[in-house]
Write a protein that binds this ligand. Sequence first.
Ligand code: ZN
Length: 275
Amino acid sequence: MHGTSFFCVILILVEFRIPSILIPKGEQQCNICGVQTSLWLTRGHNNHATQKYDIIGGKKRKVNCLNCGSSDRDRLLKYFFDDITPIGNLLHVAPEKALSRYFKGKSNLNITKIDKKVGWYKLVYGYNVKYGDLTKLPFDDGCFNWVVANHVLEHIKDEQQAIHEIYRVLKQDGKAILQIPFSFKIKSTIDGECHWTSTERESQLGQKDHVRLYGLDFLKRWNLFHIQLYLLKDINDYERFNLNPQEPVILVSKTIETKELKHFKSIRFEEILKT
Ligand SMILES: [Zn+2]
């Protein structure tokens, strides 16, 4: 990338925020910064795979908050965490800016952020992250109440090892949120071939740096790793917060969940298909 262009990208990422007072008022609301609007920025990808497979969490859509930059996924998880009121140690993998801002305001959470691109976070987001590889986490067994890894597993070749590591570092009653891009249109997850070029990956999997595209079998696939897996869906407020009605919260737990939530209910895959 040309030096000037790179500088512009950095400026946009770091500085581009429209003050809430200048954003046109609307019926919808960003639940992270509080702005009320129906105007959202576009995010996501428009390519052969996103069109053919209608990838949840991957295709182009108008969902980014003009004020704080939150995505539909950030707001879904904020809504979920408001419902469950998490406490204790939380490991945030590949920490998104808007969600980090939300977690920072929770005094009952002790946050650890990790990624492989330590310098990038400091430069672009202005906060420190610890170096960490999800397949080889630098933490003792059972030290986290929560692990949040959004749209991370589709980048990791050794998926089983990553899930094993997440499970290992969770406390006995620990939980993890593992959002992924997936498609209802494919029954079996497509694993990218090692020899595929980045262009082929984009065309077949939806993004240049993805190693697979999850299909309807991801529940069965992860169940093989002996974890409790729940899909949680918001009952009422998808439209209000400009969330994707087809995107559930993907919750992994070491124990069987019995707690009733105010805004979310556990669902079966077929129920999402009806929406
Ligand atoms: Zn916002």
